[in-house]
Design a protein around this ligand. Structure first.
Ligand code: AMP
Length: 133
């Protein structure tokens, strides 16, 4: 069982921000910026691709509202929404979660490596992905 499943069951505490039938949101215990907040589905799946349309929509409905509250409470003007899937992609807790991370300055918050390349086979690649939808 993941640590987030334990939080959902009330077995360990959290600083709750929001809850409805499908979603729980709480402060990250090791924030990389003040106001760093997590939003998780109550459905216990590890990665976003496994999440149902319904559970995903429930998160989508509240992400902007929670983000606005984080900005208003912290005074931050910018923020990142981060969602990691798989250990290679820096996922440590294997229960889907979205990070809302205020960005105050270059020194705090999310730092991003962005090794941009040049799109080579856009047509074929798009076709291959579309065929899997
Ligand atoms: P990720 O690397 O995307 O899996 O991020 C997992 C996040 O969960 C990290 O930012 C941790 O600080 C956070 N975290 C781990 N345990 C707890 C906890 N008990 N309460 C709140 N946040 C937690």
């Amino acid at each position: 069982m993941t640590i987030f499943a334990k939080i959902l069951r009330g077995e360990i505490p959290c600083h709750k921000i929001y809850e409805d039938d499908h979603v729980l949101s709480f402060l990250d215990i090791m924030p990389i910026a003040r106001g760093h907040t997590l939003v998780i589905p109550k459905r216990e799946v590890a990665t976003l691709d496994q999440l149902s349309d319904e559970a995903s929509a429930a998160i989508g409905r509240v992400l902007p509202r929670i983000s606005r509250a984080v900005l208003a409470a912290t005074g931050a003007k910018a923020f990142n929404v981060l969602q990691n899937n798989g250990e290679l992609a820096h996922q440590a807790v294997h229960h889907v979660h979205f990070h809302i991370i205020p960005k105050y300055d270059d020194a705090s918050g999310l730092g991003i490596g962005w090794p941009a390349g040049k799109l080579q086979d856009g047509g074929a690649l798009a076709q291959a992905i579309v065929a899997k939808l």
